[in-house]
Ligand binder design. Sequence first.
Ligand code: CIR
Length: 252
Amino acid sequence: MFTKAIVRKPAHTFANGITEANLGKPDYKIALKQHEAYCEALAKCGLELTILEANPEFPDSCFVEDTAVVTKDFGVIARPGNIKRQGEEIEIKKVLEPLLPLYSITEPGTLDGGDVMQADNKFIIGLSNRTNLTGSRQLKEILEKHNYDVTVIPICNILHFKTGVNYLGENNLLLQEGICSLNELSSYNHIIIEQDEFYAANCLRVNDYVLVPKGFPKTKSNVEKLGYKIIELELSEFQKMDGGLSCLSLRF
Ligand code: CIR
């Protein structure tokens, strides 16, 4: 069970962030509304929220997931793989410091939290354009010290590992059709997301609910069929900036 989450409001500079989505410019006011609804959903799932003020210096800083990896017992401050995002982690470190013992990924390691997926007692770290081998090895060592199993696998054609693969719990794994490194994921029950709903591979399990992006009926129905309670959220403006449900919070 998660009890807490950290989120950060989108900044007015949000549209200047990094994106390859080609879906047009996000509307800041709509993004703020969608973010509010996201926060309400996390509260409904039982989480106590720390809502950080927007930081216009970092247009991508609402995607807090990338700045750390957190568990109930400790946190690891990430070292963002895109230079435009390096520095976002500094304030997150200040926020987490009073709450958890912390480690840090250090140079030349880079790691984005979006590449790190927890599945019960196991972590899978994706090697991406953002997370390098050194960063992954540093994180693996820390997690193994805490008795987690860790697998590092290369990813292709997606921004972050969790852009394409997400663990719901109960051995259920959502994954985009055609994802590489399938062998390492063969022990899970696969729920395949077809190309027209790829964005919905990033659903987010929070306690008794699964948060699902709005507008992806096949994924919604497949998740419901597994017996999960669903909260649907409109995320269009975050999708335009390559961000999804998991990216918008750190949960622990
Ligand atoms: C970026 O490119 O870094 C942001 N525009 C989107 C980050 C999304 N985060 C995530 O998937 N964990």
